[in-house]
Write a protein that binds this ligand. Structure first.
Ligand code: NAD
Length: 347
């Protein structure tokens, strides 16, 4: 018998329509909403909220800078809001979480990317150029409304990198020390959906069935991220984003095949299951091909990392030990980063 602990995360998940947002806010007993949205998506929610809308804020930014949170907190206080509704990607969700952890305010999230942050109790924030991450039950949103229609306008380039960000959560869940049958099932379903939906989108960006597949995968993969510890891949991406200012989802996309190749010999069962879910025999190569065939970025060089930064990135990523299937060596990680920098296909 394998030993494990499974702790469900208490999020109410609604696959439906933005029109249900008022009902969901009322269900939480809230009456005054602060809406976090970019101007384009705000209109949809504004109409659905009707008289519950108290104020709006559109300044969310990548990696949740605390100065932006302070400005949003001021708006929240001035309008006596008792619920935050966020529509957008992981950046907008991050701002909602930052407000919730400071005030206890209820959150309703409408995701428009596949980052998965909406179902995790984790928040990454930046202050004075330093990114810190914390986890708390107060950070976890109360309700998530997934509406495929909100993702139809997501540009193909963003769709690819965001879907690979979701794929990374599922891949690392399968070789996590906390892996368990519930999470394995969610991870494999997410991988199957991403593997079949992305190539369809590459030829038809507004394919509703493919978009629905990706949104379900985002939820499942985000739930994996919320449930079990991640390994080398997530640690490397955190280092590259936090210390070298590389973009979040794009970095996940470039690193994933290389982190998988590094771990492959130490996690053969997980790799075989990932390969099967993708209809392939070699998991890292199949992920690389999926990205390349859909026009995603394959090298750290094209993301703007200087080759001379590689040794420092390897040092930072191996500075503190953390669980990973294969032992982390400074030389091994430097080699991985050199391959990722050049964009070489693993295998
Ligand atoms: P993002 O929210 O910054 O969105 C990426 C880009 O896509 C932005 O320019 C945004 O305006 C645009 N966009 C979003 N939805 C769109 C739509 N429907 N149509 C057109 N354009 C749209 O990026 P992201 O990758 O979703 O999230 C990244 C952030 O989320 C990072 O700060 C990362 O650290 C965080 N994150 C946190 C967790 C967690 O569990 N805490 C998990 C994943 C990501």
């Amino acid at each position: 018998m394998r030993s494990f602990v499974y702790q469900a995360q208490p999020v109410r998940v609604v696959f439906g329509s933005v029109s249900q947002v008022r009902e969901e806010v009322e269900r939480l007993g809230a009456q005054r909403v602060l809406l976090l949205a970019r101007p384009r998506s705000a209109a949809l929610v504004r109409e659905a909220l009707g008289p519950l809308l108290a104020a709006e804020f559109d300044g969310a930014a990548m990696h949740t800078p605390v100065e932006v949170t302070d400005r949003a907190l001021k708006v929240l206080g001035e309008h006596d809001a008792d619920c935050v509704v966020a529509i957008g990607g992981g950046s907008t969700t991050g701002l909602a979480k930052a407000l919730a952890v400071r005030t206890g305010i209820a959150q309703v999230i409408l995701p428009t990317t596949y980052a998965g942050s909406e179902v995790t109790p984790v928040l990454g924030e930046t202050e004075n150029g330093r990114k810190t991450t914390r986890s708390s039950p107060d950070i976890l949103p109360e309700t998530v409304i997934y509406d495929t229609g909100l993702t139809l306008g997501l540009p193909m380039a963003t769709s690819v990198v965001s879907a690979i960000n979701a794929l990374a959560h599922a891949v690392e869940a399968l070789y996590s020390p906390q892996a368990n049958p519930v999470v394995d099932g969610m991870a494999l379903d997410a991988i199957t959906r991403i593997g079949r939906a992305l190539p369809v989108l590459a030829t038809d960006e507004s394919n509703v069935d493919a978009r629905a597949d990706l949104l379900e995968a985002a939820w499942l993969a985000g739930t994996c991220l919320a449930s079990v510890g991640m390994g080398l891949h997530h640690k490397l991406c955190h280092t590259l984003g936090g210390s070298f200012d590389l973009p979040h989802a794009e970095t996940h996309t470039v690193i994933l095949p290389h982190a998988m190749a590094y771990n492959a010999s130490a996690a053969p069962e997980a790799m075989a299951r990932i390969a099967e879910a993708l209809g392939a025999t070699d998991a890292p190569g199949a992920v690389y091909d999926l990205i390349a065939n859909c026009g995603g970025p394959v090298s750290l060089r094209e993301l703007g990392l200087a080759e001379s930064d590689i040794p420092r990135a390897a040092e930072l990523a191996t500075g503190q030990p953390y669980p990973n299937p294969r032992e982390l060596t400074r030389d091994g990680i430097e080699g991985l980063l050199r391959d990722a920098w050049a964009g070489t296909r693993p295998g």
